[in-house]
Structure formats: C-alpha cells, structure tokens
Design a protein around this ligand. Structure first.
Ligand code: HEC
Ligand code: HEC
Length: 375
C-alpha cells in the first residue's frame, strides 16, 4: 500500500467503525480494525514530526533535513570537504549522517559475553549508543549540534502548538501532551513507526529483483556480485547471507569493526573518534563502527563515519590497497594515510586484495545495483 492509500484506508476504517458502532458491533473484529486505523494515524503523525522544521531551535531544521528521501535518507548537502551536517545553530557534529533507511531492521544492541570475537552487535548510531530505533529518535531534538532544543518540555510545547496537535491527542489520548516525559516517549514511538514503514525499506533495488530471479545483472555487475561474495571478501562483514526480512539482506552482519579508515583532514576533531570504544569504555573496541548497510549507497556520498571518501571508486580502491599502499615515511601520490584509530585494525580481510582495476570497477557496478526504485 502506498502512503496515500494507507491514509485513505485508515479514514475509511474509521468511517466503517463508526457505522459498525452505531449498529451495536463491538466484536473483536472491531477492535482489530480500530487498532489498524490507529496504527496508520501513528505513522501519519510520525511523518509530520519527522518533517517538521519548527522542531529545532532556532526553527528551520527537521529530521528530514539530514535524512532526505531524495538522497537515500542521508544528508544531500554534505561533501568530502564539509563532511558533517550543519546543526540548527550552525554548529557541526563529528559524524557523516548515515542513511535512516533500513535502520528499523537493524537488530537491537546486544552484548554476547560468550562470543569469541565481535561481542557487540546491532544498535543505533554508528557506535551503538542508542539501543533501539525509538530511543535513537529522542537524541537529535536535544543535541546542541543538531536540533538544539533546551529540553523535552520545549519540544512538547512546540508540538502542543502545532497544526497536528489534535492528531497527536487522537493517537495517544486527549491529555497525552500534558505529561512531558510520556509525551516525549510517544514522539519517539510515532517517529519510529514512520521509519518502520515500507517507504524506508522498500526493497526495490535491481539487486532485489535479481535475487528472486526476475532480472539478470549486466556482465560487469555480475562479476562484481561474484567478487563481493568471493575473492574481495566483502561478504565477510557486509554479509549477503545475513537475512533480515523474508530472506532479504541488509548487507551487514551488524558487528563492529575498525577497517582502518583514515582521518578526514577536513574534519577537525579534538581527538580521534573512538566509536564503540568510547560507548562501552573498552580499549579493545576503540575505532570500531557498526558495519553499515550498503543499500542506497550510490546516493549517500561521502563515505565512512567521517566522510573521508568522496566516491565509491575510492572506497573500493581503499579496500583493495590500504595495506600495500600506506603513505609511511615516503608519501607518494595515491597513498593512504594511517588509520584514524590505530588500535584493533582489521588486517586479514582487507587492504591487500590483489584486485585488478577492472575488478574494482565491477565491484562499484555491483554496489550501484543496491539503489531502490529500479522498478
Ligand atoms: C544535523 C543533522 C541531523 C539531524 C537534524 C538528525 N540527524 Fe539523524 N543522524 C545524523 C548523524 C550525523 C547520525 C550519525 C550520528 C552518530 O553515529 O553519532 C545520525 C543517525 C541517525 C540514525 C541511526 C542510523 C543508524 O544506522 O544507526 C537514525 C535512525 C536517525 N539519525 C534518525 C533521525 C531522526 C528521527 C531525527 C529527528 C528526530 C534525526 N535523525 C535528526 C544527523 C542528523
Ligand atoms: C572487516 C569487515 C568489513 C569488510 C571485509 C568490508 N567492509 Fe565495508 N565497511 C565496514 C565497516 C565497519 C564500515 C564503516 C567504517 C567507518 O565508518 O569508518 C564499512 C563501510 C563501507 C562503505 C561505506 C558505507 C557508508 O555508508 O559510508 C562501503 C561502500 C563499503 N564498506 C563497501 C565494502 C566493499 C565493497 C567491501 C569489499 C571490497 C567491503 N566493504 C568489505 C566493514 C567491512
């Protein structure tokens, strides 16, 4: 169902319910319909919240500013030279905004003490500091480098004065906006409901149609696919077998790794970004970031947590040659700077893949089949 259909359907259900109610319905079927109608309203509310540029201080920025559906739900205004999003006050954060698409399918943050390696998996933000999608949505409104509201009360006051305040009360109850802390949780719940719709995870890329045998890949895409799942070892982390929904893959195993991403000299940080290490306070996790989904990757440049790479060609060249072409004491054109965090860097799976240039191009061609909207 498209969004519009969904809304029309929900209004239809409400009319139907009212009709049933007056003829003395009240069966279980009624309450199922009522719940479905309410769920659709919650999604509608979530979309309005996600797109409301009045919810920043000063006004002008919404979630959609940095997670734009025209740019794979990432920030279309950033570049390798200015790799992080500008907040509502003009301040800059320290990370390149990732796509918000498919985020609802990332498993919750988990710690497995018994695991041999990669004890941490899942969670939101590149370092896992929010455990679920709804808890993630509570962060940006109050982050001084993002939407910069002073406290939860300021956000709820704005919502109480918004055109959709009545819709909020319809979904969460007539007095819902009177209690700041429960209302703030409900804001997050509605946004998460919207982020969990098909609009954010359409699975309409060429890759998806290929996986069910409806289209074939071009020769270069097919070679890229084979390399991805074979000689180039990408699948070891961007696992194609890690099925998430109805055997569709997000191309991530959701582990945390340090692939040796160099610092971005255009991003001045007080200290290196330790990623997961600073969240769990363990040096054995320093420099590790959650393996990202590769869906819509063509649309979300620049790449990596610090936006250091401008193109997919550069990313693939990095995987191919990071170890063999290190700048070291005698830098040369095209060499790689040392990792931003030198601890825990992967040395087995990447950095010396011995791929030919044509094979690098094949991998890039394959990555471009992951863009939604092929049909
Ligand atoms: C100023 C730009 C900006 C705004 C505004 C913003 N975000 Fe983000 N978003 C980011 C950045 C940067 C990250 C990664 C931050 C990190 O890892 O520390 C992120 C991460 C996320 C993620 C996690 C994705 C993942 O794979 O872990 C989701 C989901 C998300 N944002 C949704 C939202 C929602 C919902 C809002 C509005 C309430 C919002 N964002 C507002 C920049 C922004
Ligand atoms: C050892 C695990 C591992 C392997 C193997 C691996 N990746 Fe990654 N990949 C990651 C991690 C972790 C990141 C995020 C790193 C960061 O932000 O600094 C990443 C990031 C990326 C990005 C950028 C994503 C974004 O949104 O900015 C692309 C593209 C990518 N990988 C493609 C590939 C390809 C193609 C291969 C095979 C040649 C590959 N990866 C092999 C772990 C891996």
């Amino acid at each position: 169902m498209t969004r519009l259909n969904q809304l029309m359907f929900s209004s239809y259900l409400l009319v139907l319910l009212t009709a049933c109610g007056s003829s003395g319905g009240g069966s279980d079927g009624d309450s199922v319909l009522r719940q479905q109608a309410l769920a659709a309203k919650k999604v509608e509310l979530g979309e309005l919240l996600f797109e409301d540029t009045d919810l920043s201080t000063p006004v002008g920025q919404s979630c959609a500013t940095c997670h734009d559906s025209d740019h794979g739900f990432a920030d279309g205004s950033v570049t390798v030279f200015s790799p992080v999003s500008e907040g509502a006050t003009g301040a800059f954060g320290n990370r390149n905004a990732p796509t918000a698409s498919y985020a609802s399918l990332v498993p919750e943050f988990n710690y497995d003490a018994g695991a041999q390696e990669n004890k941490y998996t899942g969670g939101m933000f590149l370092d896992g500091r929010a455990h679920t999608l709804a808890s993630q949505a509570k962060g940006p409104f109050l982050n001084p480098k993002e939407m910069n509201n002073t406290d939860e009360g300021a956000v709820i006051t704005k919502i109480a004065n918004a055109t959709y305040a009545d819709l909020f009360k319809e979904v969460f109850g007539s007095s819902s906006l009177n209690n700041v802390s429960t209302a703030y949780n409900q804001v997050a719940e509605a946004i998460a409901a919207y982020e969990s719709t098909e609009e954010f995870q359409p699975f309409t890329s060429k890759f998806d149609y290929f996986m069910v045998g409806e289209v074939s890949l071009s020769a270069t895409e097919q070679r890229g696919f084979d390399l991805f799942n074979g000689g180039a070892s990408c699948f070891e982390c961007h696992s194609e077998n890690q099925k998430n929904v109805e055997s569709k893959s997000l191309l991530s195993d959701f582990t945390y790794r340090n692939i040796g991403t160099p610092s971005n000299p255009n991003l001045i940080l007080p200290s290196p970004d330790l990623g997961l290490g600073s969240v769990v306070n363990e040096s054995s996790e320093n420099g590790k970031f959650r393996v990202p989904t590769l869906r819509n990757i063509e649309l979300t440049a620049p790449y990596m947590h610090n936006g250091v790479f401008e193109t997919l060609e550069e990313v693939v060249r990095f995987y191919n040659t990071r170890i063999i072409d290190q700048c070291g004491s005698s830098p040369f054109v095209g060499c790689w700077d040392e990792p931003e965090v030198s601890e825990n860097v992967e040395t087995q799976l990447l950095g010396d893949l011995s791929l030919f240039e044509t094979e690098e191009a094949d991998l890039v061609a394959f990555l471009k089949t992951l863009t939604d909207g092929y049909r």
